[in-house]
Write a protein that binds this ligand. Structure first.
Ligand code: HBI
Ligand code: FE
Length: 287
């Protein structure tokens, strides 16, 4: 990731935040939110971790229209001490980590247009708020996100941002979790995407592998298509224990000399839930 080439836009504060200007959303923009919300709200129950649905409820996110960040933050603050603040788009890594370390989640304020309904490059408010915010109402996940920010600030000086970006990608964005009645999705990139909510759980194509921090930190990822491998955690508590409550510096040092792994690699030590056919990825190779 590492987008240090971004310049802070005029009008953004030193910490890159801007006003949401909620009153400026048009009826069409609110309708876009409602359309996306309804589509995901119908398909997610039973596929998403129950803590996500609980978060929608605690934060009253089922109210029609684009959420107002002030009202949302008020509820979130009561639940776990987090806030949602608006930013113009991607912000530099250090700014991003600093917000998370202080329990502030940065969200884009623009919403996709109808022709972008299934794919857009920069995260919009539906991805950032519908995808990320419900789990911030869960105390364990909320602590994980803060610890991620603190870890990011430390990793910056250790040249390990890319390792942490992989952790974020394969958990916060595209994570799966194991439950008594099967695998569920929890990553924001999945839950905010109609296509990937189906693909990540049901398609025979991708590998689904047990979460292994060392292994995952060596694994490349795709930013412009469905993942070829998903990593499955046992619980949010276990994720927090393995990452936040451990000093990762020795791990970064250990991984330094080891080669990166391809997005579809399988290793002898992998805990394999599904060995993917990779048919989807192969069908997308070459025009
Ligand atoms: N900025 N707005 C925004 N949203 C992100 O998810 C984000 C970012 N800047 C940096 C970043 N993510 C990643 O580089 C870190 O997780 C490593
Ligand atoms: Fe995201």
């Amino acid at each position: 990731m590492g987008q240090d080439m971004h310049e802070r836009p005029k009008g953004a504060a030193e910490d890159w935040t801007i006003a949401q200007d909620w009153g400026r959303y048009t009826a069409a923009e609110h309708a876009m939110w409602d359309r996306l919300f309804e589509r995901q709200g119908k398909m997610l129950p039973g596929r998403v971790v129950p803590e996500f649905m609980a978060g929608l409820d605690i934060l009253r996110m089922d109210k029609p229209g684009i959420p107002n960040f002030d009202a949302l933050s008020e509820r979130l603050m009561k639940a776990t001490g987090w806030q949602v603040v608006a930013v113009p788009g991607l912000v530099p890594d250090a700014v991003f980590f600093d917000h998370l370390a202080n329990r502030r989640f940065v969200a884009g304020r623009f919403i996709r247009t109808p022709d972008q309904i299934d794919y857009l490059e920069e995260p919009d408010i539906f991805h950032d708020v519908f995808g990320h915010v419900p789990l911030l109402a869960n105390p364990v996940f909320a602590d994980y996100m803060q610890a991620y920010g603190q870890g990011g600030l430390r990793a910056d000086g250790l040249g390990a941002i890319e390792r942490l970006a992989r952790l974020y990608w394969y958990t916060v964005e595209f994570g799966l979790i194991r439950q008594d009645d099967g695998l569920k999705v929890y990553g924001a990139g999945i839950v905010s995407s109609y296509g990937e909510s189906l693909f990540a759980l049901d398609d025979p194509s991708p590998h689904r592998l047990g979460f292994d921090l060392r292994r995952l930190m060596r694994t490349n990822y795709k930013i412009d298509d469905y993942q070829q491998s998903y990593f499955v955690i046992d619980s949010f508590e276990d994720l927090l224990r393995q990452t936040a409550q451990t000093d990762l510096a020795p791990l970064y040092a250990e991984l330094d000399g080891q080669p990166d792994l391809a997005t579809d690699a399988l290793l002898p030590g992998d805990r394999v839930f599904t060995r993917g056919t990779q048919a989807y990825a192969h069908s997308r190779r070459r025009p």
